[in-house]
Design a protein around this ligand. Structure first.
Ligand SMILES: NC(=O)c1ccc[n+]([C@@H]2O[C@H](COP(=O)([O-])OP(=O)(O)OC[C@H]3O[C@@H](n4cnc5c(N)ncnc54)[C@H](OP(=O)(O)O)[C@@H]3O)[C@@H](O)[C@H]2O)c1
Length: 253
């Protein structure tokens, strides 16, 4: 089911970063793109840039999402919207936990729940989930973020089982660090400062590299399901092993 077999897509989190690039790429391939995010101004910019249909909506607002989807025939769903937090569970408040679960996991599950039946009926469709290496490896990230991304890895696998027997494909795109403004948002710092800290001097994948991976999975022949693509900077490696030594209350690292 290459691009020519699909007409309409939903891309969540399309106002910035990877979502913007994915929406742009799908438009370039002739797909009608419904672009979802909260920032109406940025969506209007994207509309001007490449002709998406903007929907300023919070993906965790189930009522609004359900209304938006009713009557829409959607061939491609890209669950991309995501939020993260600094620190870990020790420094979290209730909102930190809830928002990450609501946006990264709950919204993606509901969107899939609402759109999968139509895909099954039409025997055609593709769900693309943007997860993270945080779903696969432990490192000093936020515990809830890791949990939501690990859950979306499982959801991606499980949806394949749910769609058994129909030509509905599911792809997990699993990025390492990619140059977007997410780090500025996580740390609540100026994007220029975040750029200096996380990107300057590093060889970083760009949002266009993620859009390429999504396009590759979608454009594969209908009998090919690209299950998962892990895409990291060559010079970034996950893993490592730490053993703390204790001397009374002192932790020697
Ligand atoms: N950048 C990386 O290094 C990296 C690495 C691995 C995985 N990821 C994952 O890749 C995906 C895209 O991240 P990115 O780096 O492109 O981040 P980004 O630049 O911060 O963009 C995040 C997008 O999600 C949208 N969003 C957040 N909360 C939303 C909500 N409640 N309702 C609707 N839209 C919402 C934002 O739009 P509004 O603010 O306008 O709502 C924005 O368009 C995320 O799932 C992220 O976890 C990123």
């Amino acid at each position: 089911m290459p691009f020519s077999d699909y007409k309409t897509a939903i891309v969540t989190g399309a106002s910035a970063g990877m979502g913007w690039a994915i929406a742009e790429r799908l438009r370039a391939n002739g797909i009608t793109v419904h672009a979802l995010a909260r920032n109406a101004e940025k969506l209007a910019d994207l509309e001007k840039h490449c002709g998406v249909i903007p929907h300023a909506i919070d993906v965790s607002d189930l009522k609004a999402v359900t209304e938006l989807l009713s009557g829409l025939e959607v061939d491609i769903l890209v669950n991309n919207a995501g939020v993260s937090r600094p620190g870990n569970l020790l420094s979290s408040d209730a909102f930190d936990v809830d928002e990450q679960i609501d946006v990264n996991l709950r919204a993606a599950l509901h969107l899939s729940r609402l759109l999968l039946p139509g895909m099954m009926e039409r025997d055609s469709g593709h769900i693309v989930n943007i997860t993270s290496i945080a779903g696969h490896y432990e490192f000093g990230g936020h515990t809830v973020y890791h949990a939501t991304k690990a859950a979306m890895h499982t959801v991606s696998r499980q949806l394949r089982v749910d769609a058994f027997g129909r030509r509905v494909r599911v792809t997990e795109i699993c990025p390492g660090r990619v140059e977007t403004d997410i780090f500025a948002k996580v740390e609540k710092i100026d994007p220029a400062l975040a750029k200096k800290k996380y990107f300057e001097g590093f060889e970083m994948p760009q949002t266009s590299d993620i859009a390429d991976a999504v396009a590759y999975a979608i454009d594969a022949p209908h009998y090919v399901n690209i299950g998962m693509i892990e895409l990291m900077p060559t010079l970034q490696v996950p893993g490592g092993l730490r053993t703390a030594k204790r001397d009374g209350d002192n932790v020697i690292l």
